[in-house]
Design a protein around this ligand. Structure first.
Ligand code: NAP
Length: 243
């Protein structure tokens, strides 16, 4: 068990990569606090997972709900070893057509949500003198993507924030890294036209799109002691799409 006695918080854990990561972390011995905005998805997740799972309805844009859930996690498990800032949304449109509200919404969840949760949890981790924070970026944050000015800006911002947090929190023995997935088959990509998914598959050197479990395994590595000297890094999980 690579996460025995560890306590992890995963945001946006109700579906996709977050849900797979929650299941994998529980299987590896962690106590997992799964946060999501949708109670129904948390209830569905809880059905398939054993004793190690706790759930809380948390909107990463709402600092009061984050503070309350951090306090609850500490009350139940006494510490927080890992935070995965996984919650994310898309609201695609070309630059010329994008509504200001779509830009603001994506930045609020994908970028400021990472700041909100990291700040609340880093206060605990700095006191503990230990911890790991892992953030969700995307290859789109490195290279841009048609129709995703808001999303690409948020994911590029997450990389800059990760590198800054890694520098600032190292003195408290807190590591901070970021994962940049390629095209992963989840509810988020299910919204995309089949043609685009096929095209991405063709462009990917490994000639397929990824699975949520493959990203979860990258989080597992970075959260574990196997990554004890790794901080401030961007780990691509993209089948070689960006080399
Ligand atoms: P997903 O299946 O849509 O899961 C995202 C989860 O976050 C959903 O359960 C969603 O709830 C939740 N969420 C949305 N807004 C939230 C908020 N304000 N507070 C808390 N939770 C919230 O997406 P995914 O594909 O697993 O993606 C997970 C992360 O990986 C995201 O940050 C995404 O940008 C990133 N990523 C994904 C891919 C990919 O190809 N799938 C590639 C690169 C990066 P609702 O269902 O109610 O919206």
């Amino acid at each position: 068990m690579r996460l025995a006695n560890k306590v992890a918080i995963i945001t946006g854990a109700g579906s996709g990569i977050g849900a797979e990561t929650a299941k994998l972390f529980v299987a590896e011995g962690a106590k997992v606090h799964a946060w999501d905005v949708r109670p129904e998805s948390l209830a569905a997740l809880a059905k398939g997972v054993g004793d190690g799972l706790r759930t809380a309805v948390v909107d990463v844009t709402n600092r009061a709900s984050i503070e309350a859930a951090v306090a609850q996690a500490l009350q139940v498990d006494g510490k927080i070893d890992v935070l995965i800032n996984n919650a994310g949304i898309t609201a695609d449109a070309t630059l010329l057509k994008m509504e200001e509200s779509a830009f603001d919404r994506v930045i609020a969840v994908n970028l400021k949500g990472v700041f909100n949760c990291s700040q609340a949890v880093a206060r605990v981790m700095s006191q503990q003198q230990s911890g790991v924070i892992l953030n969700a970026s995307s290859i789109v944050g490195l290279y841009g993507n048609f129709g995703q000015a808001n999303y690409a800006a948020s994911k590029a911002g997450v990389i800059g924030m990760t590198r800054t947090m890694a520098r600032e929190l190292a003195r408290f023995n807190v590591r901070v890294n970021v994962v940049a997935p390629g095209f992963i088959l989840t509810d988020m990509t299910a919204k995309m036209p089949e043609k685009v998914l096929e095209m991405m598959k063709e462009k990917t050197p490994l000639k397929r799109n990824g699975t949520a479990l493959e990203v979860a395994k990258a989080y597992l590595f970075l959260a574990s002691e196997d990554a004890s000297f790794i901080t401030g890094q961007v780990l691509g999980v993209d089948g070689g799409l960006v080399v």
